[in-house]
Design a protein around this ligand. Structure first.
Ligand SMILES: Nc1ncnc2c1ncn2[C@@H]1O[C@H](COP(=O)(O)OP(=O)(O)OP(=O)(O)O)[C@@H](O)[C@H]1O
Length: 534
């Protein structure tokens, strides 16, 4: 909730995890006579633990921020919390988290908030690192809209950072956590040192007094991180980071567009007086000239979207890569069950090429396997520790539903001849062919993606002509689809469609193998699925 003096952060192993507050399963707001059922843990900050809570009467699901009273013993702590609520409760804007109510019981103080189920831009950044320019434009524009609203009300947020930019189910940005917010008069300069090291403005460090311009600086940091995958002044030590901020020592990659680099330079101007005000930022050429999607698919939380005819990299001529012989639907009615073990072909040239292509798409070359390894290792270490530690571990690994998880709900192993065909949980279908090319048809049966073995992607619409060179593979895909529809039961729940899904890149199967007891499937977005045969 507040960080008066930035301090070097402790490593995970050094940090003593806070005991979670004692929270009753039924939380009662006596004043309004509302009962909330406590749901799953959403996350925690310096002071607060946050849970999903359901209004028992209306069924409405909200976020409940819980601060134990024993953390509010000092008067200044109570004043701080009162100020946060006082500022936040009067706000109403689509890009600001809505605060509904504020109440207390014997143990805790509670704040009910609009639920942001897709977590924050911090988690998106951890998974994706840099995002595409249209996505950066989409997110940053909404942040600036929220900031403009706040500044018009003479409120400075003072802690804008990816972790305080929450996302709802529509992936709309919602500015939250008003723990450091303050109101200022036009010429007033605040003196208290606050902020988060990587986003702190030079005038705060130089103790020159600060105001609205610190939020503009933070927007510059946010845009920079979204576009380039790391903070502009990041370094190994806090001292060095502060020194870089004071000397305005950062570089913009040469690959950046001219409109983005110009805007970043203005936002990160060392002289606060020369930074643009929010109203000017929103009218900047960066937002006016490039493509800005009006919605994004939830899959962009883990995977780069594709912007059809509008924007990012995509080729459209597929090379001919033939399958060994002409397939017929009849073949599919005798399903092969020979055990198989397939790993991608790996000549040096292919590998180098694939790495170059993957770098373009900015996904780790090992499709997140090393991250998975580190997480499993950490989880195993945590397994035997106490409840507090488990709660802390939960914070990191919780809420798979906050991520757009795709899984395979049906598959046909026909790798003795063609490859493996599968249906994803959203009813889209794909084939990983034996020659390591992949094909995916979306749920509606319109959008076809073909991926060469070097990972180059091609998009086609089934209503228009598809290349002759792909005829055989498309026919096979259709045979796989019919076979799965006619013969196999679907595993797992249905997934509903939403606006923006047409911009999603569906994850494709990368590698798979079977053992006697299970099939292991690894997707290009890092998801690993294991189905046990028993
Ligand atoms: N509206 C919300 N919807 C969903 N999750 C939320 C919401 N608000 C907060 N959270 C979760 O709870 C965590 C803690 O909330 P918040 O950051 O506001 O607490 P804090 O103690 O004020 O934190 P900090 O020390 O970072 O300022 C967040 O990191 C996030 O995971």
């Amino acid at each position: 909730m507040q960080r008066a003096q930035p301090a070097p952060s402790k490593s995970k192993s050094q940090r003593k995890e806070k005991t979670p507050p004692e929270v009753p399963n039924i939380i009662v707001d006596n004043e309004r006579n509302i009962q909330y059922e406590k749901g799953k843990f959403l996350g925690k900050g310096g002071f607060a633990h946050c849970y999903e809570i359901t209004n028992k009467a209306s069924g409405e699901v909200l976020a409940g921020k819980v601060v134990p009273k024993h953390l509010l013993v000092k008067q200044y702590q109570r004043d701080k919390m009162a100020q946060e609520v006082q500022i936040h409760r009067n706000l109403s804007h689509r890009n600001v988290v809505k605060l509904f109510h504020f109440f207390e019981d014997r143990l805790n103080v509670y704040i009910t908030l609009e639920l942001c189920p897709r977590r924050s831009l911090m988690e998106l950044h951890k998974r994706r690192k840099a995002v595409t320019e249209p996505e950066a434009r989409y997110f940053t524009y909404q942040v600036v809209e929220g900031v403009l609203y706040l500044h018009d009300l003479k409120i400075v947020h003072r802690d804008l950072k990816l972790g305080n930019l929450f996302l709802n189910d529509e992936l709309q940005v919602k500015i939250g956590d008003f723990g450091l917010a303050t109101t200022v008069e036009t010429d007033e300069r605040k003196r208290t040192l606050c902020g988060t090291p990587n986003y702190i403005a030079p005038e705060v460090l130089n103790k020159m007094g600060h105001s609205f311009e610190v939020d503009i600086w933070a927007v510059g940091c946010i845009l920079y991180i979204l576009l380039f995958g790391h903070p502009p002044f990041e370094s190994k030590t806090l001292e060095e980071t502060y020194s870089r901020i004071k000397h305005n020592n950062y570089t913009i990659p040469t690959s950046a567009s001219s409109t983005s680099s110009q805007l970043i330079r203005q936002l990160l101007h060392p002289d606060p007086e020369r930074r643009p005000i929010a109203k000017a930022v929103i009218r900047d050429r960066f937002f006016k000239t490039g493509f800005m999607p009006d919605r994004l698919p939830v899959s962009c939380l883990t995977m780069i979207p594709h912007f059809n005819d509008n924007g990012v990299a995509e080729g459209n001529e597929a090379t001919s890569e033939s399958t060994d012989q002409n397939p017929t639907q009849k073949d599919f009615n005798r399903n092969s069950n020979a055990p198989t073990h397939r790993i991608s072909g790996n000549t040096e040239r292919e590998r180098a090429h694939r790495m170059a292509v993957e770098a373009t798409f900015r996904q780790p070359t090992d499709c997140y396997l090393s991250q998975l390894h580190a997480q499993v290792e950490e989880l195993l270490l945590k397994a035997s520790t106490d409840i507090d530690e488990r709660e802390a571990a939960l914070e990191t690994y919780q809420s798979p539903e906050a991520l757009p998880i795709f899984w395979i709900s049906k598959w046909v192993d026909y790798s003795d001849k063609y490859g493996i065909g599968y249906q994803l949980c959203d009813n889209s279908v794909g084939v990983l062919f034996n020659d390591n090319t992949r094909i995916v048809l979306d749920t509606a049966g319109n959008q076809l993606t073909y991926i060469e073995k070097n990972n180059k992607e091609h998009y086609f619409n089934m209503e228009h002509a598809t290349p002759v060179s792909l005829k055989k593979k498309i026919t096979l895909l259709q045979y796989f689809r019919s076979y799965m529809n006619d013969h196999l039961l679907k595993a797992g729940e249905r997934v509903s469609q939403r606006a923006g899904d047409d911009l999603a890149r569906l994850p494709t199967l990368r590698v798979w193998f079977r053992t006697k007891s299970a099939i292991v499937l690894h997707f290009i977005n890092g998801t690993v699925q294991i189905n046990f045969f028993t």
